[in-house]
Design a protein around this ligand. Structure first.
Ligand code: HEC
Length: 106
């Protein structure tokens, strides 16, 4: 009985893991980020390297983390005088594109 439940559980887990990336990660388009990335480069650099000590590097950062950070700034869950204002007008699609851009920029 318990063996049978366990195999069903594993099957369900595998199914959920297979599906969840599509649900949690919007597939951003780095090329489409050009429409908005101009707002970020004065501080974070077009190459994702911060222009001054107080501006974090975004180059090579995982897109999922960039996306999570931007949404936290947008919602007010995370606060910063510069970033709260920058994130506020961004759409989910713009955030996904920016995240993909900074993850892959070189
Ligand atoms: C006026 C300067 C400025 C501009 C413009 C700016 N940022 Fe930022 N950004 C900052 C600062 C300062 C921080 C650090 C905030 C903190 O300490 O929490 C930051 C943090 C971040 C973080 C979190 C990094 C981490 O490691 O947690 C992300 C992601 C980010 N910015 C993305 C962007 C994007 C995308 C844009 C353009 C839409 C942008 N920023 C525009 C100054 C700026």
């Amino acid at each position: 009985m318990s063996t049978r439940l366990n195999s069903v559980g594993h099957w369900l887990l595998a199914g959920l893991l297979g599906v969840s990336p599509a649900l949690t990660l919007a597939a951003g388009d780095p090329a489409a980020a050009v429409a908005v990335v101009g707002r970020c480069v004065a501080c974070h650099g077009a190459d994702g390297i911060g222009k001054a000590p107080q501006y974090p590097n975004l180059r090579g950062q995982k897109a999922s983390y960039i996306e999570k950070s931007l949404k936290a700034f947008r919602s007010g869950e995370r606060k910063d005088p510069s970033m709260s204002a920058m994130a506020k007008p961004l759409t989910d699609a713009e955030i996904a594109n920016l995240a993909a851009y900074f993850e892959t920029v070189d």
